[in-house]
Design a protein around this ligand. Structure first.
Ligand code: DSN
Length: 414
């Protein structure tokens, strides 16, 4: 991107130039980040941002909606086709407001929700005590086993004992595939609403590499900017019987005017994900993650659950005598970006936890293949063995930069 019009704002122009260089010269391993296509970017940056459209297609509060209605309807139809959904709301601004809208639509304050505990891989909105979800609902958290795998028997036991009104499955730091059918059976056994948050894996599901919960679940939320590779936003999919409640909760319950430019970006992203080559992309993400996991293990890294079925790898660094915070800072210094993360049964603080979380959606968009993963793992290992050696880190940084510049990013010309 040349940002030619932005030159009028020297400060922001300069920072965008620097961020362009950072993204081009560095390696993005944060598993929730990705690069959108030029088409998605154009839709997001379009004149649609000038418009207000409170309401839904055919039922708006302001005039001038003839094109906006068509765009929103196209986004809805494409999402339905992609995931086999009965009803789709494409207006949620992002994942947290979308999850909040689902609770607002389907629960009363004080009702019981079961969700995976945050430090075991759940999301803030799945019941963290200090979040809106934790303060407004009674939360019954479930946990992973000491080896990091979900304990489905314990989920079933807890559900039968605590009789939640809603069970959330789908996680932000869990490397394994999810047994959606078992979750559905457990929800049915206790009369709970089954909700899936597939924000991390939606692209792998749309690309037909992981099983799709949409046919079984009452309500499914996904963000559109992670493995979906679309604009920053979210959608809610649900069974027809919940459609009215979900729509009313999103608008006017929680949000005002929808972000029409982002909805256009979602429509473009769904069209891209409906193309056959998106399945190839999704498949390659997982091949890369498995290859990277194996290479990291060769260097003695301890992976939570000992591997991955998805795009995501969680490493417990305890045996390396290094914390997640130091690892993140050290890898930042060589141009490899990932995030410090708690591991199941964490003993440290979330600001300086025992682990790191990494993944392959962004590097796969860039064109990395399995044969490149040995180098990535070796750079990570070498850097973490030289946390205080500035010269060694600088040398690795140069290697990472030279390597990354061979893989262009859509929209970015460094
Ligand atoms: N921040 C997202 C992630 O990194 O997984 C979740 O909201």
């Amino acid at each position: 991107m040349q940002f030619s019009s932005l030159k009028q704002d020297a400060q922001i122009f300069d920072l965008l130039q620097k961020e362009t260089r950072r993204q081009a010269e560095g390696m993005e391993l944060i598993p929730s980040e990705n690069y959108t296509s030029a088409a998605v970017m154009e839709a997001m940056g379009s004149i649609l941002t000038n418009k207000y459209s409170e309401g839904y297609p055919g039922k708006r509060y302001y005039g001038g909606q003839e094109n906006i209605d068509d765009i929103e309807n196209i986004a809805i139809e494409r999402a339905k086709q992609l995931f086999g959904a009965e009803h789709v709301n494409v207006q949620p601004y992002s994942g947290s407001p979308a999850n909040t809208a689902i609770y607002f639509a389907l629960l009363n304050y004080g009702d019981t929700i079961m969700g995976l505990k945050l430090d075991h891989g759940g999301h803030i909105t799945h019941g963290l005590p200090i979040s809106f979800s934790g303060r407004s609902y009674k939360i019954v958290p479930y946990l992973c086993k000491p080896d990091g795998w979900l304990d489905m028997d314990e989920v079933e036991r807890l559900a039968k004992e605590r009789k939640p009104k809603l069970i959330v499955a789908g996680f932000t730091a869990y490397p394994r595939d999810i047994d959606w059918k078992r979750f559905r059976q457990i929800a049915d056994a206790v009369g709970a609403i089954a909700m899936a948050d597939i924000s991390h894996t939606a692209g792998l599901i749309a690309g037909k590499q992981l099983e799709n919960p949409v046919p079984y679940f009452d309500v499914v939320m996904t963000t559109t900017h992670k493995t979906m590779r679309g604009p920053r936003g979210a959608i809610i999919m649900c069974k027809e019987k919940y459609a009215k409640d979900i729509d009313r909760a999103v608008f006017p319950g929680l949000q005002g005017g929808p972000h029409d430019s982002i909805i256009a970006g979602k429509a473009v992203c769904f069209a891209e994900a409906l193309q056959p080559d998106f399945a190839d992309y999704a498949k390659q993400i997982i091949l890369n993650a498995k290859a990277l996991a194996n290479e990291l293990k060769k260097h003695g890294f301890k992976l939570v659950t000992d591997g991955t079925d998805t795009h995501l790898i969680l490493i417990d660094l305890t045996n390396k005598n290094i914390t997640g915070k130091i690892a993140q800072t050290t890898l930042d210094a060589i141009g490899i970006t990932l995030n410090k993360n708690t591991v199941p049964h964490e003993t440290r603080s979330p600001m300086d936890p025992s682990g790191i979380r990494l993944g392959t959606p962004a590097i796969t968009t860039r064109g990395f293949k399995e044969e490149h993963m040995a180098r990535v793992a070796t750079w990570i290992n070498d850097a973490l063995a030289h946390t205080n050696d500035t010269a060694a880190l600088q040398k690795i940084k140069e290697e990472v930069k030279t390597f990354c510049l061979q893989f262009p990013i859509p929209n970015i010309h460094a």
